[in-house]
Design a protein around this ligand. Structure first.
Ligand code: NAP
Length: 303
């Protein structure tokens, strides 16, 4: 058996076209252009390319983006001042602080400084708390993108056993929460694995839906997957490759070649979860602008 590839790039393109239409309507009806403020501290190559991709996506959707790139030596006070400036700027409806921050800056202090109504990454304690209790909030982009992929591929989450490998605040914990919540794209029975898990394969082999966000290549191989399972590979690892101009290639956390022989559906890396993450950021920024404009209803990704 060879799995069907879940094409995140195509799905993201369809959703972005939908978002661009909503942006144009909002502009025509209210004169408001959704705006994203992006703060990048330092010159980490991966972060720089993520930020550039996010800004390009904003422009393509007809949104305004304000790019603030400052040196790695920026102090915590300066970083906080930049966030506060974006909080007060009416052209900016959503704020993205690209992580990780340089070690001398307290990441939580900077995230906490983002006004909750502009927290389009969904990382502030207010947003996380609201998500946990099922109150209106911005859903974190990568987990939300994963749920949208599952829904649009017609994957039955309700009643399924979902196994999540990883328990980070930005992927593992929130995706586990979304999969278990009593809502569309949820209602699964969820197991969360981490480095304290004994015999990881014992759990991954029970998964109808397997989400892998470990940040380590080949964490899951084909022999660890139940035949017919749906596999979502969140990992993005740079593997040295002298044959490429860039000097590296991207690989996920799942061994794609062996996994695709066992799974029914699988996301590739690149071209799987990554494009959906950026798309959900655009979606949240549009939503923030609609709320600022006092628009009713939601521009919820239609299916
Ligand atoms: P992270 O903060 O490093 O967390 C990794 C998690 O995986 C931790 O909870 C860790 O357990 C667990 N883990 C690591 N090795 C394991 C193993 N062998 N067995 C079981 N659990 C293991 O990483 P993250 O921020 O969640 O990101 C995960 C990956 O997704 C990274 O490759 C990242 O680049 C990628 N990512 C992609 C996107 C996208 O849009 N495509 C977005 C975000 C992240 P402990 O808690 O016990 O340490």
């Amino acid at each position: 058996m060879s799995a069907t590839i879940l094409d995140g790039k195509q799905l993201a393109a369809d959703l972005r076209a939908d978002i661009a239409t909503h942006v144009a309507t909002l502009k025509a009806e209210t004169g408001i252009t959704p705006g994203l403020g992006v703060l990048l501290i330092g010159m980490d190559p991966a972060s720089t390319s993520y930020v550039t991709a996010k800004e390009t996506a904003c422009a393509e959707a007809g949104m305004y983006s304000q790019d603030v790139r400052v040196p790695a030596a920026t102090t915590q006070e300066e970083a906080l001042a930049l966030v506060r400036r974006m909080n007060a700027d009416p052209r900016i409806h959503g704020i993205l602080v690209q992580l990780p921050l340089p070690k001398h800056i307290d990441e939580s202090a900077v995230i906490d400084a983002i006004a909750p109504e502009k927290d389009v990454d969904g990382f502030t304690p207010v947003n996380v708390g609201r998500m946990m209790i099922g109150a209106p909030c911005y859903l974190p982009c990568t987990p939300h993108g994963i749920i949208q992929m599952l829904l649009r591929a017609g994957v039955q989450t309700s009643g399924s056993h979902a196994v999540v490998v990883g328990r980070s605040n930005i992927v593992g914990k929130p995706v586990a929460h979304l999969l278990m919540r009593k809502a569309e794209g949820g209602n699964a029975t969820v197991t969360v694995c981490h480095t304290g898990t004994r015999d990881l394969a014992r759990f991954t082999r029970q998964a109808d839906i397997l989400v892998v966000a470990a940040g380590r290549p080949n964490t899951v191989t084909g022999d660890m997957i139940k035949p017919g399972a749906v596999v979502i590979d969140v990992g993005v690892n740079r593997i040295a490759d002298a044959t490429r101009k860039s000097g590296f290639r991207l690989a996920g956390d799942v061994d794609f070649d062996s996994a695709k022989e066992v799974a029914s559906l699988i996301t590739p890396v690149p071209g799987g979860v990554g494009p959906m993450t950026i798309t959900m950021l655009l979606y949240n920024t549009l939503e923030a602008a609609r709320r600022a404009a006092g628009a009713s209803g939601t521009a919820s990704p239609s299916r």
